[in-house]
Design a protein. Structure first.
Length: 282
């Protein structure tokens, strides 16, 4: 399985006013993402996770090192169009991505700018809206939709472009629990049903648990990289990086420390947690 994204000593510092020193945000990130992976990227505010996401789509260009997208160097302006066709972005606030007054027109917007033939646009728009469960709302005005529905429409616009990778930068941050569930269901299907590489930037542990791999960013670099079970059982390391762990693991970890019990702490679901506690209490 080849890599769709690869960074080598990736560095980024935001531009500052003349006479001021640039503050580095990314400090030499080395990371590989394989085609078809579902990767969650965690990190507290200021860890560099959103800046890293912007580098994957050439929104941000490295100030040091290099970022490759499907073997294309993002620093080369000749690659920018193909990079952005390969990696599409979904942001926190869906209102910032919705540009039309009708749902289906919004999904078609990028395709029209890409010069896709009208008949193909119609097909892609319908398929994308069905994929996110929003086909019946195709004639609705976006402003009449809930936050979760708006985000699903924004994702449909991405699906219609047929990218090979989707980067979602905290797409549920502004949503209620129901909206979060709706969006995460769509995100999982993007990966499982369509085989699209998914990179999810999030601060919700229950969302990261659903990924196949978790990357933890801290102070501009990769602190941890592994499966959810491998990452979330390292409770002390995560807490030192100002991060929490899934509640199931937190309960088992704290009970074990309080009562001196030798409890496994790798429960990623409520059911697994209940089974461990039941065995312990017998």
């Amino acid at each position: 399985m080849s890599e769709i994204i690869k960074t080598e000593n990736l560095q980024y510092a935001y531009p500052v006013e003349e006479g001021q020193l640039a503050v580095p945000v990314l400090k030499g990130v080395n990371l590989k993402v394989k085609r078809g992976e579902f990767v969650a990227v965690l990190g507290h505010n200021g860890s560099g996770k959103s800046t890293l996401a912007g580098c994957f789509n050439a929104i941000r260009l490295p100030t040091g090192g290099v970022c490759y997208v499907d073997m294309m160097d993002t620093r080369d302006e000749n690659n920018t169009y193909e990079v952005r066709k390969t990696v599409s972005m979904v942001f926190q606030n869906p209102d910032n991505q919705l540009v039309a007054t009708v749902v289906e027109e919004d999904v078609a917007f990028a395709l029209e700018n890409m010069g896709v033939p009208p008949q193909e646009i119609r097909k892609r728009v319908d398929e994308a809206l069905k994929a996110v469960g929003m086909y019946e709302y195709r004639a609705q005005a976006p402003h009449r939709l809930s936050g979760g529905q708006k985000q699903r429409v924004a994702i449909a616009g991405v699906i219609a472009m047929m990218p090979r990778c989707v980067v979602l930068d905290e797409p549920t941050a502004m949503l209620d629990p129901q909206g979060r569930r709706e969006v995460m269901q769509v995100v999982r299907e993007l990966n499982r049903k369509f085989g699209i590489t998914v990179i999810l930037i999030t601060h919700h542990m229950d969302e990261a648990v659903q990924a196949g791999r978790v990357v933890v960013m801290h102070k501009g670099n990769v602190l941890m990289d592994g499966t959810p079970r491998e990452i979330f059982t390292q409770v002390d390391t995560l807490r030192a990086a100002s991060l929490t762990v899934p509640q199931t693991i937190e309960v088992l970890y704290d009970l074990g420390r309080k009562y001196g019990a030798d409890l496994p702490i790798d429960a990623l679901s409520v059911g697994e947690c209940a089974d461990i506690l039941e065995t312990y209490l017998q």
